[in-house]
Design a protein around this ligand. Structure first.
Ligand SMILES: [Zn+2]
Length: 127
């Protein structure tokens, strides 16, 4: 299946579709595990005046804000991974989402969920 596409595109693939899928699913599992592990730190900050003063409550709120930001980053990561898996299903994996050129192999090896080629990622839109 995927071999025809790779042959047609002339792209030498070091990793087969199954291997790419496995890498993406491992990444997604890691992100989801991290999300579960840190769920507590995003709980609303409780007012506990008996044990914490104003400063530590501010610390807690700051920690919560950081945890929320990390959670948003993980949501973005999950979306990228889901999109990469969808491209794998559609047979368009490895093609830039913007210019539809092939994404550099080294780039995909570094980040298998990347949707853009190097030029597009850099904002180079000469085409
Ligand atoms: Zn591109």
């Amino acid at each position: 299946m995927g071999e025809d596409r790779l042959a047609a595109g002339g792209r030498l693939s070091v990793a087969g579709d199954a291997e790419i899928r496995a890498r993406l699913e491992a990444l997604r599992a890691a992100v989801e595990a991290e999300e579960t592990d840190t769920a507590d730190s995003r709980a609303p900050v409780m007012l506990d005046q008996s044990s914490v003063g104003r400063l530590s409550r501010m610390d807690a709120m700051q920690m919560q804000a950081m945890a929320a930001a990390q959670s948003r980053r993980r949501a973005t990561a999950r979306a990228r991974i889901a999109a990469a898996l969808a491209r794998l299903d559609a047979g368009t994996y490895g093609l830039c989402a913007k210019c539809e050129e092939e994404i550099e192999e080294a780039r995909l090896a570094f980040d298998p969920a990347t949707p853009l080629c190097l030029a597009c990622a850099r904002g180079d839109e000469r085409a």
